[in-house]
Ligand binder design. Structure first.
Ligand SMILES: *[C@@H]1O[C@H](CO)[C@@H](O)[C@H](O)[C@H]1NC(C)=O
Length: 486
């Protein structure tokens, strides 16, 4: 069969050369015939988009990054971003909250991650999707950064405002349905996106696209640049190197020395990181290893402030209301992550931890033991599990939980939307054409955040799923007392 087909490919160069000629003609046409567009702010004439003069004349320097995965990951990346922006003295572009599975990174320990450029592209595409589906909500509308901002430890700008100012195009235009407008709009947005994502790499004075990721780099910060360039203690092992032919070597790099004052990146209007996700692995930080052992007072205060970035008051108040009006007794919180990813395989261990805690509580205390449950296991699937047993054992246990459609949750969402925590400079209606295209913004789903708030108030203790970043965040809230802030 294959030998019969072979003759077809005897002159493979003919179609290829035709293609090359066509492309060259197209290229010549674009360069010599088409005049420079006066309208598009990002020059579309050349292959590489350029910064608008408007972006270049802004005195201010900006930084953005590409968040990924679930909310708790996004929150920890946001904290790292705040630190980086503080160190580099750049205004942080505040992203929206991404859908849980919209953007994935891969695995740093396995040296298998998406390139920073590609992850920035996915984030941009997802941002457009969020705008179009009227679900865009800034992380600053959920997480209270007002005290960070008012202490001027860091300057921030909402991504939507940044895009308006820096690209001269409103993200709201993604909602345009008018077919005549649509193509020019989507072209403008695409150009803005490719510039922000660094599709064409760094562009002088305009954007510096960080290409280092956790396969090659661990960011550090020391006043004297100490340790810059040193090998990190975690390297791919021989087996991995041979199996995957990985040439990666992980070096510790001082973020200020590499990207701050006096660096090549300094003059760029926008600094674009990939993900800023980090975690400890084999005693080493995977990507960001910055701690507060510094003399610089500003830096120390900044690190102190980001230990806990609390939820906005509307969320904490709703959590407290549920505790006071519905539970009305000392209670235990159990956070059971049972379905997602790796957690599927540890259901037994997760339930075991809860059982042990409950046994000791029911021996010690008055009955029934009050328990608040937050879990990704849908309510209908509780029968036959430990959760079903708890509910039927009415003598010993009283179980509480929240659902997405509960009045309390919806009311908090309405209040939150009207509170306008988004750190906006331009109002929605200030879009470049002066018209609001994205009508009827949907209410955000606050269930996960209010559940965390409830758990932070649980006076009988907290049982979380080991390895879950949600559990870690709840522990943080309990330790640093977001409850004491209200
Ligand atoms: C930080 O940036 C701001 C605004 O661009 C500037 O006014 C200020 O002097 C900078 N501070 C330092 C220490 O470079």
């Amino acid at each position: 069969m294959f030998s019969k087909r072979k003759p077809l490919y005897r002159f493979p160069l003919i179609p290829v050369s035709v293609l090359v000629i066509c492309l060259s003609l197209l290229f010549l046409y674009q360069n010599y015939v088409k005049p420079d567009s006066q309208f598009s702010r990002l020059s579309s004439a050349s292959h590489t988009p350029q910064c608008s003069s408007q972006a270049l004349t802004l005195g201010e320097k900006f930084m953005w990054y590409a968040p990924h995965s679930g909310f708790s990951n996004q929150l920890s990346e946001f904290k790292n971003a705040v630190v980086m922006a503080g160190i580099l003295n750049r205004t942080l572009v505040v992203p929206p909250i991404l859908d849980h599975h919209a953007v994935a990174l891969g695995s740093c320990p396995k040296f298998r991650v998406v390139d920073p450029k590609d992850i920035r592209i996915s984030v941009w595409d997802h941002v457009i999707e969020l705008v179009q589906s009227r679900r865009y909500i800034s992380i600053a509308e959920i997480i209270d950064i007002s005290s960070l901002v008012s202490s001027s430890l860091v300057r921030v700008i909402d991504l939507r405002d940044f895009v308006s100012i820096w690209c001269g195009v409103s993200l709201e235009l993604a909602c345009v349905t008018d077919t005549k407008l649509q193509s020019s709009v989507s072209e403008n947005l695409k150009q803005c996106g490719s510039l922000l994502a660094g599709v064409h790499g760094s562009i002088e004075k305009c954007i510096y696209a960080v290409n280092e990721d956790c396969r090659t780099t661990v960011w550090t910060y020391h006043e004297d640049g100490n340790g810059d360039g040193m090998l990190d203690s975690f390297q791919p092992d021989e087996q991995l190197k041979q199996k995957k032919k990985i040439p990666f070597i992980r070096r510790r790099k001082d973020v200020f020395k590499t990207l701050g004052h006096g660096s090549e990146a300094e003059s760029a209007s926008l600094l674009a990181f990939g993900t800023l996700f980090s975690a400890t692995y084999k005693g080493s930080e995977l990507y960001v290893d910055i701690h507060e052992s510094h003399q610089n007072q500003r830096f120390v205060s900044l690190m102190e402030k980001i230990k806990l970035l609390p939820f906005v008051p509307e969320i904490l108040v709703a959590g407290k209301e549920f505790v006071k009006q519905t539970i009305r007794a000392p209670f235990l919180c159990a956070q059971l992550r049972l379905l997602d990813g790796q957690f599927k395989n540890h259901q037994k261990a997760t339930f075991q931890g809860l059982k042990q805690k409950l046994e000791s509580l029911s021996k010690e205390g008055p009955l029934p033991v009050h328990i608040f449950i937050m879990t990704d296991l849908p309510r209908d699937n509780w029968p036959g599990t430990c959760l079903g047993d708890l509910i039927s054992d009415k003598h010993n246990y009283k179980v509480y939980f929240l659902r997405e459609n509960d009045k309390l949750i919806r009311r908090a969402a309405v209040k939150l939307m009207s509170a306008g925590h988004g750190q906006r400079f331009l109002s929605n209606s200030d879009s470049t054409i002066g018209k609001k295209y994205c009508s009827s913004q949907r209410l955000p789903d606050l269930l996960l955040y209010i559940e965390q708030a409830v758990c932070s108030y649980a006076s009988l203790g907290f049982v979380g799923t080991s390895g879950s970043t949600i559990a870690e965040n709840i522990e943080l809230m309990r330790k640093f007392g977001s409850s004491s802030q209200q």
